[in-house]
Design a protein around this ligand. Sequence first.
Ligand code: ZN
Length: 236
Amino acid sequence: MAIKVPVLMYHKIGVRPDGAVIKGHYVSNDLFERQLAALKRFGYQGTTFQNLLQCGAQKGKAVLTFDDGYSNFALNAAPRLAELGWTGTVFVVTAYMGGENTWDTNWGEARESIMTWDQAKEWQTKGMEIGSHTVHHPKLAELSAEDSQQELDQSLADLRDHLDGKDFTFCYPFGSYLPATAVQVRDAGYLGATTVKKGCYLPGMDVFQVPRINIRSDTVPPVFAYKLFRALVLNR
Ligand SMILES: [Zn+2]
């Protein structure tokens, strides 16, 4: 039977500030710890999206992804993964590195600081993967093909400028893309892309439309276990 690989989607790890609008995006350090312990108990070890794409589906591997590149990835998530000897992927919005989550504060979300390029480079050196989440975090499905192309090309160029290596993966902001966007991502030279569709990685699937398991502030261990089961066994 083909090996299925869970791909977990996180946003923010740490304390939720007053005024946060999407409260579910904050997973406390304590809950994160309990989720990692559960993964370990189920026989999993955390790895990067790039590792999955380059090595194929391996038993006991779970891909850990963190969207948006918040400073709390560098401060809370990455150090904990490193202690376990695990790795994961953080998808960054290249125009806002060292700044704030402007794409979210524009509509009223609480401010969060974004990792600097130095922090990203430091964690890349320690084995974490830094992937692209575009330049400005737009809804790609709503952009012209030309503007979408620009977001894909420029963010890849930014990653290649600031980090080691030429090969990078991608994540669609807001999970927004058209079938044509997935082709654009492939043609731009990315290795693969994650979506917000529910499910897990199945060998043979389109690697530019990989579904994930959404982990939230209320994903306590029993819910976490159920979400894994639902993705791995029920494929949704
Ligand atoms: Zn995002």
